[in-house]
Design a protein around this ligand. Structure first.
Ligand SMILES: [Zn+2]
Length: 276
């Protein structure tokens, strides 16, 4: 069934588990993620991000993902991750995405508050949930200087000003594959979780240790974004299965199976198994 963040994240926050967002850019990935959710009876968030649109456009993906989400036997949120332009966010909402992230994290505090508050009012009037980011989770440059960390006091003011349904925090993670071992600021996360009621989101989760996930979830993370792990699992399966003369159709089942397996590992780790 197709739902918003508000049907899955408050229960995750209360139950001290997290629901994964698994970005998907084609049918094989989508089938793998949804098969994992159904097998483990886990709620799931599926979708794409603005930077991934060259792989598959919003309209094409919506036409694949909405019917799959509706017929799934577990709650599925269709989320547009890291919306950067109002044009694409509006397109996602018009196409039937049930949740959008409006990433204004490169603006100053006042600018981020104002832009996200306006979009949140509009989205809520249409029954769509909104995630925003405070602080900035950057790309992994390997120089240890990839994030502007979230300030707990600002998080409280941001939440009160915007009413967002989920808040992405910057506590030392980075997007993409890690070039050096990340060091997470767990105490900062606990302070943010104590200051705001809204469920918190961890971006840049691919490559973190099992301990990092368990500790951040224990301290208040209710949604974890995963892309690199399942993206690489799909490519590894294609590589391992290929032999001369082999066609794409003979690799597709292995790709879907690899995405399913990688997704199930994360769901077990996040504690969302048997929560649907
Ligand atoms: Zn992100």
């Amino acid at each position: 069934m197709l739902v918003t963040l508000n049907e899955v994240l408050p229960a995750a926050k209360a139950g001290k588990y997290a629901v994964g967002l698994f970005n998907t850019v084609n049918l094989e990935m989508a089938k793998g993620v949804l098969a994992a959710a159904e097998e483990l009876r886990s709620p799931v968030i599926i979708g794409t991000a603005e930077v991934l649109l060259p792989c598959a456009g919003l309209e094409d993906l919506a036409s694949i993902l909405i019917p799959l989400a509706k017929k799934a036997s577990v709650p599925v949120v269709l989320h547009f991750d890291h919306g950067l332009t109002l044009e694409k966010i509006h397109q996602a909402m018009d196409l039937g995405f049930t949740s959008v992230m409006y990433d204004c994290s490169t603006l100053d505090f006042a600018g981020n508050c104002e832009a996200v508050a306006a979009l949140t009012r509009e989205a809520h009037s249409r029954g769509i949930s909104v995630e925003a980011e405070l602080g900035h989770v950057g790309a992994n440059a390997g120089n240890g200087d990839h994030s502007i960390y979230t300030d707990p006091e600002e998080a409280k003011r941001f939440y009160e000003a915007t009413g967002v349904d989920a808040l992405a925090v910057a506590i030392g993670t980075a997007h993409g594959a890690y070039k050096e071992k990340p060091r997470l600021d767990f105490d900062r996360l606990s302070e943010i979780a104590a200051a705001v009621d809204t469920p918190l989101v961890l971006h840049g989760g691919s490559g973190l240790s099992d301990f990092d996930f368990q500790e951040t979830i224990r301290r208040g993370i209710a949604k974890v974004n995963i892309f690199t792990d399942i993206n690489c699992a799909a490519a590894d399966a294609a590589h391992d299965g290929w032999k001369p003369g082999c066609g794409l159709t003979s690799l597709m089942p292995a790709i879907t199976a690899a995405v399913k397996e990688a997704t199930m590992r994360k769901m077990e780790l996040f504690g969302s198994k048997n929560r649907a």
